[in-house]
Design a protein around this ligand. Structure first.
Ligand code: 5GP
Length: 197
């Protein structure tokens, strides 16, 4: 059976990845989301198993030692990891999966999964990003400082990605994201049709 597509979404904190992802999953059927494990605390409005698997640092280290992560990284002073078994199961079933991970994680995945399609979501400017993080109000000012410093560094890596979406407004950015995902699916279907006897 043909393997599914692996889509990687990256972008700085506050850029609107979560909102775009929610719209994507409403608009495109039969997509799976890879729920990462994290050592960070659950935010208000988040749910175990839907946004993340919230685990302790010890549990995280155990999983990392047993080689259960496809990749993991320390981001904003917490650890985040993608479970290998989840991703492999979905891809081997021929279904498509979306990972929302940072730039370091994306590089690691690309080594083991060279076919991965990388999409970077960026903001019109750093000032705009700062405003959005302030509006979101989920971080302390210290955490926000860390995230903004990381954002500046992350935005420099946009050129490594296959597609870059500038999130000026959610409607336009989500349309672009949906179109990118559908274009890979349609290309796959056209190849299948051509191979039919
Ligand atoms: P947040 O704490 O805002 O949910 O996520 C912080 C950052 O961690 C985001 O850039 C997000 O993409 C990244 N992230 C989430 N899960 C993973 C993961 O499994 N691996 C890696 N490398 N980064 C992740």
């Amino acid at each position: 059976m043909k393997k599914g597509h692996l889509f990687i979404l990256s972008g700085p904190a506050g850029v609107g990845k979560g909102t775009l992802r929610k719209i994507l999953f409403r608009e495109v059927e039969d997509l799976e989301y890879s729920v990462s494990c994290t050592t960070r605390k659950m935010r208000a409005g988040e749910a175990e198993g839907r946004d993340y698997h919230y685990i302790s640092r010890d549990e995280f280290e155990g999983m990392a030692d047993r080689g259960e992560f496809l990749e993991w990284a320390e981001v904003h002073r917490n650890r985040y990891g993608t479970r290998k078994s989840d991703v492999e199961r979905v891809l081997n079933e021929g279904r498509d999966i979306v990972l929302e991970i940072d730039v370091k994680g994306c590089r690691k995945i690309k080594e083991s999964e060279p076919e991965a399609i990388r999409i970077f979501i960026t903001a019109p400017s750093l000032d705009e990003l700062e405003n959005r993080l302030e509006e979101r109000g989920t971080e302390t000012s210290e955490q926000m400082g860390v995230r903004l410093r990381n954002a500046a560094a992350e935005m420099k890596h946009a050129a490594e990605y296959d597609h870059v979406i500038v999130n000026h407004d959610v409607a336009r950015a989500s349309r672009e994201l949906v179109e990118i995902i559908k274009s890979y699916r349609n290309a796959g279907r056209q190849c299948d049709d051509l191979q039919q006897p």
